[in-house]
Design a protein around this ligand. Sequence first.
Ligand code: ZN
Length: 374
Amino acid sequence: MPITVSAAFDSGNIEVLRADGPQAIDLAIRKDAHSDFYQWFYFRLSGARGEACRVRITNCAGSAYPGGWPDYRAVVSTDRQTWTRTETSYADGILTIDVTPAADSIWIAYFAPYTMERHHDLIARIAAAPGVTTRVLGTTLDGQDLDCIDIAGGPLQVWLYARQHPGETMAEYWMEGAFDRLIDAADPVATALRAKASFHIIPNMNPDGSRRGHLRTNAVGANLNREWAGPTLDRSPEVVHALAAMDATGADFTMDVHGDESLPHNFIAGFEGIPKITDRQLGLLGDYKAILARLSPDFQTRIGYPPSAPGRANLTMSTNQLANRFGCLAMTLEMPFKDAAENPDPVAGWSPERCRALGRDCLAALLEVVDRLR
Ligand code: ZN
């Protein structure tokens, strides 16, 4: 049986250079459309059951984050539900993945994929819960819906949004954890939060990049998290529509959920350096991070991005734009592609299950600051 490698499916990304035998599989990651970014891969390997395969991705030196490859391990699955890490090494710009398929077909990815089909399943499932409404904020350049889920509640306005960078699939698994907690009528954290706040949630800001198998951009190569100062319908309709919806409600708390290719940690980036910064905002930010670190051993505050200097914040980034625009507590949550070094899992690494757990804990942390948000 010949070995085949394919990626012509929802969220797939790979180019086949050769697949001449189990030890002669050379691949390359495709660039995001109209962009030089690439790092996300997701493909199917068939016809090699029980054979020791060596898969080489040969163009990693030019990827968006070469620092993401050392100490990184790819994920594999035979059922596309359970993803485990497999032996992976990086040298001379080549990522080498060693795997012995336990089935006729296996799927190999940068992180557990979150396809647009799964996204639609999520929307359908959450929409059925009491007090939940779903709306389409607008249409993407590929003609997909930009979904927003509203959970009616108290007067505070909470916005959660994820996957501006579509290859950061952990962000939508985080959303699953947050949703499941918020719609659980028996969960006291959810009940207390919903009494105080209404939630508006965009679980996937970048459907086009997600379906196309992009790392970082939408259908025309726009990095959506550099579009918030002046988005346009031609280039970044996703941000135009999201920002209009946020302006309509206002915002007291916003969280933008991401993944970081290089750092093996969960951390939060803030909005230091915005022109209208207040001590109140900074105090809330520090307190939220400390509370989350107390609640979740997977989260830490020691390592993260350096804060911007006073007045130097990049207002094209959503967290800076929203903190400046609404005077609110805003933050960017980063989760690892690799693992959380504080609490490593040798089998799964950072995983969908742990993303969901962090989503639940982020809501518990929100409850501890919610009375100070306005
Ligand atoms: Zn990101």
